[in-house]
Design a protein around this ligand. Structure first.
Ligand code: ATP
Length: 231
């Protein structure tokens, strides 16, 4: 199961398939490539001609254009204002990132996601209208720490900052016990949504189902409660 595929729960632009990514650094290129691989229409832009050429050569976006995103005219000409979602992937150039976010919001783009390089940068991006601000380095750091702490936790989909759906290996202490015997709701405040072996899952498993060490369970609960599981 790919929990990332549950992104539609929080992604307002699922129905809209036209994206522009402004800034083709490592983060911007990763966004372009992933959207493109998922079959979305993606326009990548950067002020640096070399990066634009690289994106075209590697075919990680449907289109790529060199432009200065601080110039509203250039954005308009490139058709950026007609996109449903624009990702401002400029982290280190504060002024350019802020002006670009302001430009696209002022022109009426509905969903604007901006990358921030610090807390204060994030606040300013919100003030100029970003609908969502992401802190990739911080998020990657948190996610790494969680995996190090709970190596049996295979995947996590965050419903909100406090609650998640996670895919975890059935711990040794749960081996050969039925779901009913484990009383996970009462003891840990979590619920099992599915169990399986990675390729095939049974959803809403029967409480009499026995768990096997090494198989996978998908559970929902608060991060605090998930943290308490013996994995
Ligand atoms: P990453 O951590 O994603 O690799 P980076 O350090 O490569 O980021 P940033 O400094 O965040 O890159 O900038 C991302 C991209 O934004 C760069 O490739 C840069 O050329 C581009 N960029 C900067 N200013 C503008 C601008 N005014 N218009 C368009 N692109 C710009």
């Amino acid at each position: 199961m790919r929990l990332r595929s549950l992104n539609f729960l929080t992604n307002p632009s699922r129905q809209n398939r036209q994206f522009a990514v402004i800034g083709l650094g490592r983060f911007g290129r990763a966004v372009c490539q992933t959207l493109h691989e998922m079959g979305c229409e993606v326009l990548g832009t950067d002020i640096d001609e070399k990066l634009v050429t690289q994106v075209l050569t590697q075919r990680i976006a449907s289109h790529a254009i060199q432009l200065d995103s601080t110039e509203p005219e250039s954005l308009k000409e490139a058709g950026i204002f007609e996109m449903d979602t624009v990702i401002v992937a400029i982290g280190n150039y504060l002024q350019e990132s802020i002006i670009t976010t302001l430009n696209v919001k002022e022109a009426g783009v509905e969903h604007v996601i901006a990358k921030a390089s610090s807390e204060i940068h994030g606040k300013v991006l919100q003030r100029v209208g970003a609908d969502r601000v992401v802190f990739p380095e911080r998020e990657a750091g948190c996610s790494l720490a969680r995996t190090l702490n709970q190596p049996a936790l295979l995947e996590r989909f965050e419903l909100d900052p406090e609650n998640s759906i996670v895919e975890i290996l059935v711990p040794e202490t749960f081996h050969d016990k039925t779901i009913a015997q484990l009383e996970l709701r009462r003891r840990y405040g979590i619920s099992i949504l599915a169990i399986g072996d990675g390729d095939k899952f049974v959803t809403n498993p029967n409480p009499q189902e026995r768990l096997k060490k090494g198989s996978i369970m998908v559970v929902i609960g608060s991060n605090r409660n998930i943290q308490r599981l013996p994995i």
